[in-house]
Design a protein around this ligand. Structure first.
Ligand code: AMP
Length: 114
């Protein structure tokens, strides 16, 4: 998508610190972290949010979650805990309309989330 900042990051046209990449997904550090570990894990394919997933995307979200667990473990937060957040549409806080999952760790999390 031409004006999508995450597509530009994925294509290398915009700077971001990539910490993981495979054929289907990318993980980058959030530019405005809200916890010591704050990664964004996203598909390379432009998908707006969960509402835009297609039948052929079947295993994509499961793959993202497996990689999230791998990255949390690799960063040393498997035992202390980590949180995955996914905002769908503006009312839930989505500001970038390319599907992504926040991986947050390194501080005490609270419930309910804001
Ligand atoms: P959301 O509000 O759930 O759509 O999350 C979007 C996230 O993208 C926010 O946490 C932003 O800080 C982050 N973000 C926006 N632009 C960039 C960028 N260029 N590089 C890395 N993270 C970004």
């Amino acid at each position: 998508m031409g004006d999508c900042i995450f597509c530009k990051i994925i294509e290398g046209k915009m700077n971001a610190e990539k910490v993981y990449e495979d054929e289907r997904i990318v993980a980058v550090r959030d530019i405005a972290p809200v916890s010591p570990l704050h990664l964004l894990i996203m598909p390379k394919k432009h998908v707006v949010n969960l509402l835009d997933l297609q039948p052929e995307d079947g295993s994509l979200v499961g793959h993202i979650f497996r990689v999230a667990a791998h990255l949390a473990r690799e960063a040393g937060f498997a035992d202390s805990g980590f949180r995955i957040v996914n905002n769908n549409n503006a009312g839930a806080g989505q500001s970038v309309f390319h599907l992504h999952f926040h991986l947050l760790a390194g501080r005490q999390m609270h419930w309910p989330p804001g």
